[in-house]
Design a protein around this ligand. Structure first.
Ligand code: 9WO
Length: 269
């Protein structure tokens, strides 16, 4: 997959994209990240990429010309037009399902804003999709672009964690990961749960599933609501209820298990 990035700070991308899974994907040609310095595409001789906001107010706005000129220059390199994505707090929140969809595309072009914002004509004229990695303000879109590239890279065929990995399947189900343990068996006054050393693979699988359900119910009840739960999951949640493990999530899980959603606008009815 080819990913073009437009930024006034292309140097920021050195480091995060050089090591580990992303670095390897790039070295093997699975991922082709091309960084472009927006300043090189500025229209004036001072190479300005920002200007004062019409209507007044504090701070600066990114000028539209460098984005349009850069895209025109890149258009000559592209066999097909890639999906153009602006990283900004105004975008739709990025989720794993979206990452999976984007990882199937042939090419992406990521636009990184700076200052107080980007001239609206960039959105209107160039951007297919606006994405946010979370509800907080950064100093620019670059770190968000790196997060997106990292999330996509590990899904590309040929990279570790690529299609078919169990880690991927577990997140797709909207459940959090179960607790992991490695050697030593006894550490810092705590021991590894006995079931994991029992050699009983059925019991281990059930314990892990129950732990995933417990964690998701307690930490991310919003995810549990979206999870596809089978009959075994319902049984495990009932056990957790009886064992008093669900804490503040007790009422939600009890409601989920009753199946009585007639007054709640559930798509089930
Ligand atoms: C700056 C600002 C200053 C005062 C009051 C409100 C403000 N909003 C912003 C702002 O959103 N600045 C952005 C900085 C302009 C576009 C690039 N910047 C950015 C992208 N910050 N955070 C992101 C981002 C991108 C994706 N996901 C999360 C955050």
């Amino acid at each position: 997959m080819r990913i073009d990035v437009l930024s006034i700070f292309p140097g920021m991308f050195a480091g995060p994209l050089d090591d580990s899974v992303v670095g390897r994907a790039r070295a093997e040609g699975i991922l082709d990240v091309r960084l472009h310095d927006l300043r090189a595409h500025a229209a004036d001789r001072h190479r300005l990429t920002d200007d004062y906001p019409f209507g007044g107010g504090s701070g600066m706005v990114m000028k539209p010309e460098p984005f349009f000129r850069a895209m025109t220059a890149l258009g000559e390199q592209w066999a097909f037009r890639p999906r153009v994505i602006l990283l900004s707090p105004q975008g739709a929140r990025l989720e794993q399902a979206r990452v999976v969809e984007l990882s199937k595309l042939g090419g992406l072009c990521l636009l990184c804003g700076r200052y107080e914002g980007v001239d609206e004509r960039v959105r209107e004229g160039l951007v297919d999709e606006e994405l946010s990695i979370g509800d907080y303000v950064l100093t620019g879109g670059e770190l968000a672009a790196m997060v997106l590239i990292d999330a996509i890279a590990r899904l590309l065929p040929g990279t570790l964690g690529g299609p078919g990995s169990t880690v991927e399947e577990s997140f797709n189900e909207n459940l959090l990961e179960y607790p992991h343990y490695t050697r030593p068996r006894f550490f810092a006054g705590r021991s590894v749960p006995d079931v994991l050393l029992s050699g009983d693979h059925g019991a281990i699988r059930t314990w892990r599933r129950k732990q995933s359900l417990l964690r998701t119910a307690r930490r991310r009840p919003d995810l549990l609501m979206r999870a596809c739960l089978g009959q075994e999951d319902r049984t495990l949640l009932e056990e957790l209820l009886r064992e008093g493990e669900l804490a503040e999530a007790t009422r939600l899980v009890r409601w989920m298990l009753t199946g009585d959603r007639r007054d709640r606008g559930s798509p089930a009815l």
